[in-house]
Every structure is written in structure tokens, then in C-alpha cells.
Design a binder for this molecule. Structure first.
Ligand code: 13P
Length: 256
């Protein structure tokens, strides 16, 4: 089955609203008209509304970097799925390793967010991946399998089309160290096997599995050439239009 490549930029805690709008305008101009590769940008909350306004007339979708699982209530500093929907947000990154590491998120708490996201017509980009210690101990596939089974518990099978998985080895994030093409493929194939066991072969074959961790224009083609790598979740290289659109272009070239 052919899956459309998805290239998503996770801007993390970078860009004031003015800077975010500048970057969104550049991305709009460079890759906003094409639809061969799906492009998503995930700015900080403070510029979600402005960036989605700028990109409304383009093919580029907008995502959030997190959300709370409850619809409303006394959760100071948090933001709900419905609030995101009102800003025309269509994707939400959930379970990023930085949220797990610095903000105490677990497979169980991320599961609640994933279920709330799909119940509100948001497409979750569910992040999984092992630490260096876990890789060196030979635990990679076991860790990823647990993240998959607990994080996706009770996931409604009629929503599988809206699910995106991002495999981000923690040791490759922001370090300049990229998984080799083969290392990425090995885990992606196992993630797809886990999806097959949970949802059946047809549904699993439609799910995009992104790679994340020091992806840049120079290494994008090799990673995207792997059969189960369906795009990228880009951190550092998503902060300039030159690098980000370079990765989008690599995906366009590879897909055509
Ligand atoms: P880098 O591309 O900076 O390694 O970050 C990857 C990432 O965490 C995307 O979510």
C-alpha cells in the first residue's frame, strides 16, 4: 500500500509569534501549494492561531505539541482538545520524549491524551523511542512494544486512519546522532507488526510511521528510502525554511 509521506516540524519552545509568522510565510511560499507530501508545522501555543491563519489558504496543516486529556476544568496552564480545534488545529504531538523526561508523562497518561485527541477529531502523532541505556541493554524493541500497547490501549479501530506514530530514539534527538537507515527500518517494521497485531494488516499498512532524531536534508533521502519510514518529525532542522523545505523536497523527490 502506498502511504503519502508526512513531514512534520516540531518547533518546540522556539519562535515568538512574529518569528513564527515569518517562518510560516516562508514555508507557505516554498511548499504550501504542493500536495504530494503532507506537511505539518507544530508551533508553540502562543502562535498556533496566527500560524493557522497564515496557512489556511495552503496545503500545510498545523499541529500542537501537547494537550490535556480533560475537556475543561481546574488544570492551570493546560489546554484542551476543543480549544485546539477552535484554532483549526488538526494534529497533536503526544508523548514526546521531552514531555516524558521533563514533565512526568507516562505511557498511561499519554494513552488518555491519545483517546481524547481522536474523540475530538485531532490526529495524534504518538512519539515512542528508547533511551541510549535501553538500546545498549538490547531492550529497544521491548520498550517500543510496551509504549505501543499501553499508549494505544482502547484505541478505536475506526480511527486508525487518523493515527500517526513517530519513532524518535531519545539518544538521537538534538544530538546530531541519527539512527542508521537500517536501525530505523528495524524498529519501524516492528512498530508496523505491533499495529498489525492490534488492528489487522490492512489498517496497519495505512498508518504513517515517522522517524525523528537529527533528521536533516543531508540524511533524509536515505531514511525515507526505507520501506516502513513514511516521513519525519523534525526538530532543529524545522526552525529554518531552508532546512525544513529541503527535507520536504527530499520527500517529494523520493515519492515521485
Ligand atoms: P531534532 O530533529 O532536533 O533531533 O529533534 C527531533 C524531535 O524531537 C522532533 O520531535
Amino acid at each position: 500500500m502506498s502511504r503519502k509521506f508526512l513531514i512534520a516540524g516540531n518547533w518546540k519552545m522556539n519562535k515568538t509569534t512574529d518569528e513564527a509568522l515569518d517562518l510560516a510565510r516562508e514555508i507557505h511560499a516554498e511548499v504550501g501549494a504542493q500536495g504530494n507530501v503532507q506537511v505539518v508545522v507544530c508551533p508553540p501555543y502562543t502562535s498556533l492561531a496566527e500560524v493557522s491563519g497564515e496557512l489556511e489558504s495552503s496545503q500545510v496543516a498545523v499541529g500542537s505539541q501537547n494537550m490535556h486529556h480533560e475537556p475543561s476544568g481546574a488544570y492551570t496552564g493546560e489546554i484542551s482538545a476543543e480549544m485546539l480545534r477552535q484554532s483549526f488545529i488538526s494534529f497533536v504531538i503526544l508523548g514526546h520524549s521531552e514531555r516524558r523526561q521533563f514533565f512526568g508523562e507516562t505511557n498511561e497518561s499519554v494513552n488518555l491524551k491519545i483517546l481524547a485527541a481522536v474523540a475530538n477529531n485531532l490526529k495524534p502523532i504518538y512519539c515512542i523511542g528508547e533511551t541510549l541505556e535501553q538500546r545498549e541493554a538490547g531492550q529497544t524493541l521491548e520498550v517500543v512494544r510496551t509504549q505501543m500497547s499501553v499508549g494505544l490501549a482502547n484505541f478505536p479501530s475506526d480511527q486508525v486512519d487518523n493515527l500517526v506514530i513517530a519513532y524518535e530514539p531519545v539518544w538521537a534527538i538534538g544530538t546530531g546522532k541519527t539512527a542508521t537507515d537500517e536501525m530505523a527500518q528495524e524498529v519501524h517494521a516492528d512498530v508496523r507488526a505491533a499495529l498489525q497485531e492490534q488492528f489487522g494488516e490492512d489498517a496497519a499498512n495505512g498508518v504513517r510511521i515517522l522517524y525523528g532524531g537529527s533528521m536533516k536534508p543531508e540524511n533524509a533521502t536515505g531514511l525515507l528510502s526505507q520501506p516502513d519510514v513514511d516521513g519525519g518529525l523534525i526538530g532543529g532542522a524545522s526552525l529554518t525554511s531552508r532546512a525544513f523545505c529541503g527535507i520536504v523536497q527530499a520527500a517529494i523527490d523520493h515519492g515521485s
